[in-house]
Design a protein around this ligand. Structure first.
Ligand code: CMP
Length: 415
Protein backbone atom coordinates (compact mmCIF):
# COMPACT_ATOMS: atom_id res chain seq x y z
CA UNK A 1 0.00 0.00 0.00
CA UNK A 2 2.78 2.36 1.03
CA UNK A 3 4.74 1.46 -2.11
CA UNK A 4 1.72 2.27 -4.25
CA UNK A 5 1.28 5.56 -2.43
CA UNK A 6 4.94 6.50 -2.95
CA UNK A 7 4.79 5.49 -6.61
CA UNK A 8 1.69 7.62 -7.09
CA UNK A 9 3.41 10.64 -5.55
CA UNK A 10 6.54 10.07 -7.64
CA UNK A 11 4.41 9.72 -10.75
CA UNK A 12 2.68 13.04 -10.01
CA UNK A 13 5.91 14.92 -9.23
CA UNK A 14 7.73 13.38 -12.20
CA UNK A 15 4.90 14.04 -14.66
CA UNK A 16 4.71 17.64 -13.46
CA UNK A 17 8.46 18.11 -14.00
CA UNK A 18 8.12 16.60 -17.49
CA UNK A 19 5.13 18.87 -18.16
CA UNK A 20 7.20 21.94 -17.31
CA UNK A 21 10.38 20.87 -18.97
CA UNK A 22 9.33 19.34 -22.34
CA UNK A 23 7.45 22.45 -23.63
CA UNK A 24 10.44 24.62 -22.67
CA UNK A 25 12.69 22.21 -24.51
CA UNK A 26 10.39 22.27 -27.56
CA UNK A 27 10.52 26.07 -27.81
CA UNK A 28 14.27 26.06 -27.18
CA UNK A 29 14.20 27.97 -23.91
CA UNK A 30 16.55 25.61 -22.10
CA UNK A 31 20.02 25.75 -23.51
CA UNK A 32 22.07 24.21 -20.80
CA UNK A 33 23.25 20.77 -21.94
CA UNK A 34 23.86 19.18 -18.52
CA UNK A 35 20.41 20.29 -17.29
CA UNK A 36 18.83 19.00 -20.50
CA UNK A 37 20.56 15.65 -20.02
CA UNK A 38 19.39 15.39 -16.39
CA UNK A 39 15.80 16.25 -17.35
CA UNK A 40 15.90 13.68 -20.17
CA UNK A 41 16.98 11.02 -17.68
CA UNK A 42 14.19 12.14 -15.32
CA UNK A 43 11.70 11.78 -18.22
CA UNK A 44 12.80 8.15 -18.77
CA UNK A 45 12.59 7.37 -15.04
CA UNK A 46 9.13 8.93 -14.80
CA UNK A 47 7.97 6.75 -17.70
CA UNK A 48 9.30 3.66 -15.91
CA UNK A 49 7.46 4.67 -12.72
CA UNK A 50 4.26 5.21 -14.72
CA UNK A 51 4.61 1.79 -16.30
CA UNK A 52 5.20 0.12 -12.93
CA UNK A 53 2.22 1.96 -11.47
CA UNK A 54 0.03 0.83 -14.37
CA UNK A 55 0.88 -2.85 -13.93
CA UNK A 56 0.77 -2.72 -10.12
CA UNK A 57 -2.50 -0.80 -9.92
CA UNK A 58 -4.33 -3.05 -12.36
CA UNK A 59 -2.63 -6.18 -11.02
CA UNK A 60 -1.41 -7.09 -14.50
CA UNK A 61 1.63 -9.16 -15.31
CA UNK A 62 4.25 -7.31 -17.41
CA UNK A 63 5.36 -10.74 -18.64
CA UNK A 64 2.19 -11.18 -20.69
CA UNK A 65 2.52 -9.59 -24.11
CA UNK A 66 -1.16 -8.68 -24.42
CA UNK A 67 -0.88 -6.40 -21.37
CA UNK A 68 1.44 -4.14 -23.37
CA UNK A 69 -1.07 -3.67 -26.17
CA UNK A 70 -2.53 -0.46 -24.87
CA UNK A 71 -1.94 3.05 -26.25
CA UNK A 72 -1.02 4.53 -22.85
CA UNK A 73 1.41 1.70 -22.12
CA UNK A 74 2.98 2.01 -25.58
CA UNK A 75 3.47 5.78 -25.13
CA UNK A 76 5.03 5.26 -21.69
CA UNK A 77 7.29 2.56 -23.15
CA UNK A 78 8.50 4.96 -25.84
CA UNK A 79 9.13 7.64 -23.18
CA UNK A 80 11.07 5.11 -21.09
CA UNK A 81 13.53 4.42 -23.92
CA UNK A 82 16.72 6.44 -23.23
CA UNK A 83 16.67 7.93 -26.73
CA UNK A 84 17.75 11.44 -25.69
CA UNK A 85 20.58 10.45 -23.33
CA UNK A 86 21.99 8.08 -25.97
CA UNK A 87 21.66 10.75 -28.69
CA UNK A 88 23.33 13.25 -26.37
CA UNK A 89 26.21 10.82 -25.86
CA UNK A 90 26.51 10.15 -29.59
CA UNK A 91 25.99 13.86 -30.34
CA UNK A 92 23.17 13.29 -32.84
CA UNK A 93 19.85 15.18 -33.29
CA UNK A 94 16.62 13.53 -32.12
CA UNK A 95 13.47 14.20 -34.22
CA UNK A 96 11.07 16.61 -32.51
CA UNK A 97 8.35 13.91 -32.58
CA UNK A 98 10.07 12.15 -29.67
CA UNK A 99 9.82 15.28 -27.50
CA UNK A 100 6.12 15.48 -28.34
CA UNK A 101 5.74 11.82 -27.31
CA UNK A 102 7.46 12.65 -24.00
CA UNK A 103 4.82 15.29 -23.45
CA UNK A 104 2.22 12.49 -23.19
CA UNK A 105 3.55 11.77 -19.67
CA UNK A 106 1.71 14.91 -18.53
CA UNK A 107 -1.59 13.01 -18.52
CA UNK A 108 -0.33 11.20 -15.41
CA UNK A 109 -0.68 14.35 -13.24
CA UNK A 110 -4.25 13.07 -12.77
CA UNK A 111 -2.86 10.53 -10.27
CA UNK A 112 -2.83 13.37 -7.75
CA UNK A 113 -6.48 12.69 -6.86
CA UNK A 114 -5.61 9.03 -6.40
CA UNK A 115 -2.72 10.04 -4.15
CA UNK A 116 -5.00 12.26 -2.05
CA UNK A 117 -7.38 9.31 -1.63
CA UNK A 118 -4.68 7.68 0.51
CA UNK A 119 -5.22 10.34 3.18
CA UNK A 120 -8.18 9.58 5.39
CA UNK A 121 -8.27 12.89 7.25
CA UNK A 122 -8.27 15.48 4.44
CA UNK A 123 -11.11 17.97 4.52
CA UNK A 124 -13.43 18.15 1.47
CA UNK A 125 -12.05 21.63 0.77
CA UNK A 126 -8.48 20.28 0.50
CA UNK A 127 -9.67 17.53 -1.83
CA UNK A 128 -11.08 20.17 -4.13
CA UNK A 129 -8.44 22.88 -3.90
CA UNK A 130 -5.17 20.93 -3.88
CA UNK A 131 -5.61 19.43 -7.40
CA UNK A 132 -6.66 22.82 -8.78
CA UNK A 133 -3.74 24.74 -7.29
CA UNK A 134 -1.18 22.11 -8.19
CA UNK A 135 -2.24 21.45 -11.78
CA UNK A 136 -3.39 24.90 -12.93
CA UNK A 137 0.17 26.36 -13.14
CA UNK A 138 1.18 23.42 -15.34
CA UNK A 139 -1.74 24.00 -17.71
CA UNK A 140 -0.97 27.72 -17.94
CA UNK A 141 2.72 27.00 -18.52
CA UNK A 142 2.01 24.55 -21.33
CA UNK A 143 -0.44 26.88 -23.07
CA UNK A 144 2.00 29.80 -22.71
CA UNK A 145 4.80 27.73 -24.26
CA UNK A 146 2.48 26.85 -27.15
CA UNK A 147 1.83 30.55 -27.65
CA UNK A 148 5.56 31.30 -27.63
CA UNK A 149 6.09 28.54 -30.18
CA UNK A 150 3.59 30.33 -32.46
CA UNK A 151 5.49 33.61 -32.38
CA UNK A 152 4.19 35.49 -29.35
CA UNK A 153 1.45 37.54 -31.06
CA UNK A 154 1.81 41.32 -30.88
CA UNK A 155 3.96 41.05 -27.77
CA UNK A 156 6.93 41.25 -30.09
CA UNK A 157 9.81 38.85 -29.90
CA UNK A 158 12.11 40.53 -27.48
CA UNK A 159 15.59 39.46 -26.63
CA UNK A 160 14.76 38.70 -23.02
CA UNK A 161 13.21 35.19 -22.86
CA UNK A 162 11.88 35.79 -19.33
CA UNK A 163 9.83 38.84 -20.43
CA UNK A 164 8.54 36.88 -23.39
CA UNK A 165 7.54 34.02 -21.10
CA UNK A 166 5.78 36.34 -18.63
CA UNK A 167 3.88 38.01 -21.48
CA UNK A 168 2.83 34.59 -22.73
CA UNK A 169 1.61 33.67 -19.24
CA UNK A 170 -0.34 36.95 -19.11
CA UNK A 171 -1.85 36.23 -22.55
CA UNK A 172 -2.75 32.68 -21.45
CA UNK A 173 -4.53 33.87 -18.34
CA UNK A 174 -6.51 36.57 -20.12
CA UNK A 175 -7.47 34.18 -22.91
CA UNK A 176 -8.22 31.17 -20.71
CA UNK A 177 -10.48 33.31 -18.57
CA UNK A 178 -11.97 34.70 -21.83
CA UNK A 179 -11.23 38.24 -20.57
CA UNK A 180 -8.97 38.99 -23.57
CA UNK A 181 -7.83 42.61 -23.13
CA UNK A 182 -6.56 42.62 -26.72
CA UNK A 183 -3.16 44.16 -25.95
CA UNK A 184 -1.57 40.89 -26.97
CA UNK A 185 -3.61 39.38 -29.74
CA UNK A 186 -3.46 36.70 -32.39
CA UNK A 187 -2.30 37.90 -35.79
CA UNK A 188 -1.37 34.88 -37.89
CA UNK A 189 -3.77 32.09 -38.81
CA UNK A 190 -2.17 29.51 -36.48
CA UNK A 191 -2.23 32.08 -33.64
CA UNK A 192 -5.91 32.82 -34.21
CA UNK A 193 -6.80 29.12 -34.27
CA UNK A 194 -4.68 28.56 -31.16
CA UNK A 195 -6.32 31.50 -29.31
CA UNK A 196 -9.78 30.19 -30.24
CA UNK A 197 -8.86 26.74 -28.93
CA UNK A 198 -7.56 28.26 -25.66
CA UNK A 199 -10.81 30.19 -25.23
CA UNK A 200 -12.89 27.06 -25.67
CA UNK A 201 -10.64 25.18 -23.23
CA UNK A 202 -10.83 28.15 -20.87
CA UNK A 203 -14.61 27.96 -20.68
CA UNK A 204 -14.33 24.39 -19.45
CA UNK A 205 -11.30 24.83 -17.18
CA UNK A 206 -12.37 28.07 -15.54
CA UNK A 207 -15.97 26.91 -15.39
CA UNK A 208 -14.72 23.92 -13.42
CA UNK A 209 -12.60 26.08 -11.12
CA UNK A 210 -15.37 28.61 -10.55
CA UNK A 211 -17.92 25.90 -9.80
CA UNK A 212 -15.51 24.41 -7.24
CA UNK A 213 -14.80 27.78 -5.65
CA UNK A 214 -18.53 28.62 -5.60
CA UNK A 215 -19.29 25.28 -4.02
CA UNK A 216 -16.53 25.77 -1.40
CA UNK A 217 -17.87 29.23 -0.56
CA UNK A 218 -21.40 27.85 -0.44
CA UNK A 219 -20.29 25.12 1.95
CA UNK A 220 -18.38 27.46 4.24
CA UNK A 221 -21.65 27.81 6.12
CA UNK A 222 -23.04 24.40 5.30
CA UNK A 223 -25.28 24.28 8.37
CA UNK A 224 -27.10 27.48 7.35
CA UNK A 225 -27.36 26.25 3.75
CA UNK A 226 -28.85 22.99 5.00
CA UNK A 227 -31.31 24.91 7.18
CA UNK A 228 -32.30 27.21 4.30
CA UNK A 229 -32.74 24.19 2.09
CA UNK A 230 -35.05 22.60 4.66
CA UNK A 231 -37.03 25.83 4.92
CA UNK A 232 -37.40 26.08 1.14
CA UNK A 233 -38.62 22.49 0.94
CA UNK A 234 -41.18 22.85 3.72
CA UNK A 235 -42.43 26.20 2.36
CA UNK A 236 -43.00 24.67 -1.08
CA UNK A 237 -44.71 21.69 0.51
CA UNK A 238 -46.99 23.92 2.62
CA UNK A 239 -47.88 26.11 -0.37
CA UNK A 240 -48.66 23.01 -2.41
CA UNK A 241 -51.07 21.71 0.22
CA UNK A 242 -52.57 25.16 1.00
CA UNK A 243 -51.67 24.88 4.68
CA UNK A 244 -53.40 27.60 6.77
CA UNK A 245 -51.20 30.56 7.73
CA UNK A 246 -51.39 29.79 11.47
CA UNK A 247 -49.96 26.29 10.96
CA UNK A 248 -47.32 27.69 8.62
CA UNK A 249 -46.17 30.10 11.32
CA UNK A 250 -45.96 27.26 13.85
CA UNK A 251 -43.91 25.19 11.43
CA UNK A 252 -41.57 28.07 10.68
CA UNK A 253 -41.02 28.70 14.38
CA UNK A 254 -40.21 25.00 14.86
CA UNK A 255 -37.51 25.27 12.21
CA UNK A 256 -36.30 28.49 13.79
CA UNK A 257 -35.98 26.72 17.14
CA UNK A 258 -34.20 23.80 15.47
CA UNK A 259 -31.75 26.26 13.91
CA UNK A 260 -31.09 28.13 17.15
CA UNK A 261 -30.60 25.02 19.26
CA UNK A 262 -29.34 22.36 16.90
CA UNK A 263 -28.07 24.35 13.91
CA UNK A 264 -30.89 22.84 11.89
CA UNK A 265 -29.76 19.22 12.26
CA UNK A 266 -31.71 16.39 13.82
CA UNK A 267 -28.78 14.34 15.01
CA UNK A 268 -30.57 11.00 15.19
CA UNK A 269 -31.33 11.06 11.45
CA UNK A 270 -27.92 12.46 10.56
CA UNK A 271 -25.99 9.85 12.51
CA UNK A 272 -27.97 6.87 11.28
CA UNK A 273 -25.48 6.29 8.43
CA UNK A 274 -22.53 5.89 10.80
CA UNK A 275 -21.34 2.55 12.22
CA UNK A 276 -22.67 1.84 15.74
CA UNK A 277 -19.37 2.44 17.57
CA UNK A 278 -18.86 5.80 15.87
CA UNK A 279 -22.49 6.74 16.56
CA UNK A 280 -22.02 6.00 20.29
CA UNK A 281 -18.86 8.09 20.48
CA UNK A 282 -20.53 10.98 18.64
CA UNK A 283 -23.62 10.76 20.82
CA UNK A 284 -21.47 10.88 23.93
CA UNK A 285 -20.25 14.32 22.89
CA UNK A 286 -23.52 15.54 21.39
CA UNK A 287 -25.57 14.55 24.44
CA UNK A 288 -22.92 15.81 26.83
CA UNK A 289 -24.67 19.14 27.60
CA UNK A 290 -27.41 17.19 29.37
CA UNK A 291 -24.82 15.81 31.82
CA UNK A 292 -23.91 19.35 32.78
CA UNK A 293 -27.56 20.19 33.38
CA UNK A 294 -28.89 17.17 35.28
CA UNK A 295 -27.34 17.39 38.74
CA UNK A 296 -27.10 13.66 39.55
CA UNK A 297 -25.54 12.89 36.17
CA UNK A 298 -22.66 15.26 36.91
CA UNK A 299 -21.39 12.93 39.64
CA UNK A 300 -22.23 9.69 37.79
CA UNK A 301 -19.55 7.17 36.80
CA UNK A 302 -17.99 7.39 33.35
CA UNK A 303 -19.22 3.85 32.53
CA UNK A 304 -22.79 4.75 33.31
CA UNK A 305 -22.62 7.97 31.34
CA UNK A 306 -21.18 6.26 28.28
CA UNK A 307 -23.92 3.65 28.48
CA UNK A 308 -26.64 6.22 29.00
CA UNK A 309 -25.56 8.79 26.41
CA UNK A 310 -25.69 6.21 23.71
CA UNK A 311 -29.34 5.44 24.49
CA UNK A 312 -30.77 8.91 24.86
CA UNK A 313 -32.99 10.01 22.00
CA UNK A 314 -33.38 13.73 21.33
CA UNK A 315 -36.87 15.11 20.85
CA UNK A 316 -38.21 18.61 20.33
CA UNK A 317 -41.72 19.47 21.51
CA UNK A 318 -43.73 22.54 20.61
CA UNK A 319 -45.31 25.00 23.06
CA UNK A 320 -48.61 23.60 24.43
CA UNK A 321 -47.84 20.13 23.07
CA UNK A 322 -48.96 17.37 25.41
CA UNK A 323 -46.02 15.06 26.00
CA UNK A 324 -48.19 12.39 27.64
CA UNK A 325 -51.50 12.14 29.41
CA UNK A 326 -52.35 10.94 32.93
CA UNK A 327 -53.16 7.18 33.14
CA UNK A 328 -51.25 6.35 29.99
CA UNK A 329 -48.73 3.52 30.36
CA UNK A 330 -45.18 4.77 30.98
CA UNK A 331 -42.88 4.16 28.05
CA UNK A 332 -39.94 6.54 28.68
CA UNK A 333 -38.09 8.77 31.10
CA UNK A 334 -37.54 12.36 29.95
CA UNK A 335 -34.66 14.78 30.63
CA UNK A 336 -35.19 18.48 29.89
CA UNK A 337 -32.24 20.04 28.14
CA UNK A 338 -33.98 23.36 27.61
CA UNK A 339 -37.52 24.66 27.95
CA UNK A 340 -40.30 24.34 30.51
CA UNK A 341 -43.01 21.71 31.09
CA UNK A 342 -46.11 21.82 33.29
CA UNK A 343 -47.04 18.82 35.45
CA UNK A 344 -50.86 18.79 35.62
CA UNK A 345 -53.10 16.85 37.99
CA UNK A 346 -56.27 15.00 36.85
CA UNK A 347 -58.39 18.14 37.39
CA UNK A 348 -55.94 20.21 35.32
CA UNK A 349 -54.43 22.00 38.29
CA UNK A 350 -50.72 22.78 38.12
CA UNK A 351 -48.61 20.51 40.34
CA UNK A 352 -45.21 21.80 39.26
CA UNK A 353 -43.30 23.42 36.44
CA UNK A 354 -40.02 21.76 35.53
CA UNK A 355 -37.25 23.35 33.50
CA UNK A 356 -33.66 22.87 32.24
CA UNK A 357 -31.88 19.93 33.88
CA UNK A 358 -35.02 18.37 35.43
CA UNK A 359 -36.47 14.97 34.54
CA UNK A 360 -39.96 13.49 34.57
CA UNK A 361 -41.77 10.28 33.75
CA UNK A 362 -39.70 8.22 36.23
CA UNK A 363 -42.62 7.25 38.55
CA UNK A 364 -44.53 5.10 36.08
CA UNK A 365 -41.36 3.28 35.11
CA UNK A 366 -40.09 2.67 38.66
CA UNK A 367 -43.46 1.73 40.16
CA UNK A 368 -44.75 -0.12 37.09
CA UNK A 369 -47.92 2.01 37.24
CA UNK A 370 -49.68 4.32 34.74
CA UNK A 371 -48.66 8.00 34.52
CA UNK A 372 -49.82 9.89 37.60
CA UNK A 373 -49.97 13.29 35.88
CA UNK A 374 -50.30 14.91 32.47
CA UNK A 375 -47.20 16.67 31.18
CA UNK A 376 -47.53 19.58 28.76
CA UNK A 377 -44.83 21.79 27.23
CA UNK A 378 -45.02 25.43 28.24
CA UNK A 379 -42.45 26.51 25.64
CA UNK A 380 -40.35 24.89 22.94
CA UNK A 381 -38.51 22.09 24.73
CA UNK A 382 -35.47 20.14 23.83
CA UNK A 383 -35.86 16.79 25.57
CA UNK A 384 -33.88 13.57 25.81
CA UNK A 385 -35.86 10.35 26.09
CA UNK A 386 -34.70 7.12 27.67
CA UNK A 387 -36.97 4.33 26.42
CA UNK A 388 -38.33 1.80 28.91
CA UNK A 389 -36.16 -1.13 27.75
CA UNK A 390 -33.02 1.02 28.05
CA UNK A 391 -34.23 2.43 31.37
CA UNK A 392 -34.55 -1.12 32.74
CA UNK A 393 -31.05 -1.94 31.51
CA UNK A 394 -29.52 1.17 33.10
CA UNK A 395 -31.20 0.81 36.51
CA UNK A 396 -30.20 -2.86 36.64
CA UNK A 397 -26.62 -2.18 35.64
CA UNK A 398 -26.16 0.96 37.76
CA UNK A 399 -27.98 0.85 41.14
CA UNK A 400 -26.94 4.48 41.83
CA UNK A 401 -29.18 5.56 38.96
CA UNK A 402 -32.16 3.84 40.57
CA UNK A 403 -31.40 5.33 44.00
CA UNK A 404 -31.20 8.88 42.59
CA UNK A 405 -34.56 8.44 40.88
CA UNK A 406 -36.13 6.82 43.95
CA UNK A 407 -35.09 9.72 46.17
CA UNK A 408 -36.51 12.17 43.57
CA UNK A 409 -39.80 10.22 43.61
CA UNK A 410 -39.92 10.34 47.42
CA UNK A 411 -39.31 14.10 47.38
CA UNK A 412 -42.01 14.68 44.76
CA UNK A 413 -44.54 12.48 46.55
CA UNK A 414 -43.94 14.19 49.89
CA UNK A 415 -44.20 17.69 48.31
P1 CMP B 1 -44.97 9.60 35.83
O1 CMP B 1 -46.01 9.15 36.82
O2 CMP B 1 -44.30 8.54 35.04
O3 CMP B 1 -45.64 10.63 34.84
C1 CMP B 1 -45.99 11.90 35.32
C2 CMP B 1 -44.75 12.53 35.87
O4 CMP B 1 -44.89 13.81 36.42
C3 CMP B 1 -44.28 11.70 37.03
O5 CMP B 1 -43.86 10.45 36.60
C4 CMP B 1 -43.25 12.59 37.62
O6 CMP B 1 -42.07 12.52 36.95
C5 CMP B 1 -43.86 13.95 37.38
N1 CMP B 1 -44.54 14.45 38.64
C6 CMP B 1 -45.64 14.00 39.20
N2 CMP B 1 -45.95 14.72 40.29
C7 CMP B 1 -44.99 15.64 40.41
C8 CMP B 1 -44.73 16.69 41.35
N3 CMP B 1 -45.53 16.95 42.37
N4 CMP B 1 -43.63 17.45 41.16
C9 CMP B 1 -42.82 17.23 40.11
N5 CMP B 1 -43.02 16.25 39.22
C10 CMP B 1 -44.08 15.46 39.35
Amino acid sequence: MLALRKLTLLSFIGSTIVGFWVPLHLIGHIQWPSLELSLNIVTCLVALINLKLHFQRKNLSPLEFKNWLNLGVLLDTLCALPIFPVAFYLEIEVPILFSIINLSAVRHVGVLKEYLDHFDHLSPMSYRLIPIFLTLPLLVHMVACGWLALGNGTAGLEADPLTNYIKAIYFTFTTLTTVGYGDISAKTNPQMLYAAAIQVTGVGVFGYILSNVASILGRSDAAREHHMDNLDKIETFMDLHRIPEELKIKTRSYYHYLWLHKKGYQENTLLSDLPHKLQSEMLYYINNPIIQKVSFLKSASQDMLEDLMDKLEPKIVLPNERIFRIDEPGDSLYFIQSGEVDILARDGSLLATLSDGAFFGEMALLNEKPRNATVKARSFCSLYLLHKRDFVHVIEAYPEFRSHLTSAVNQRQSA
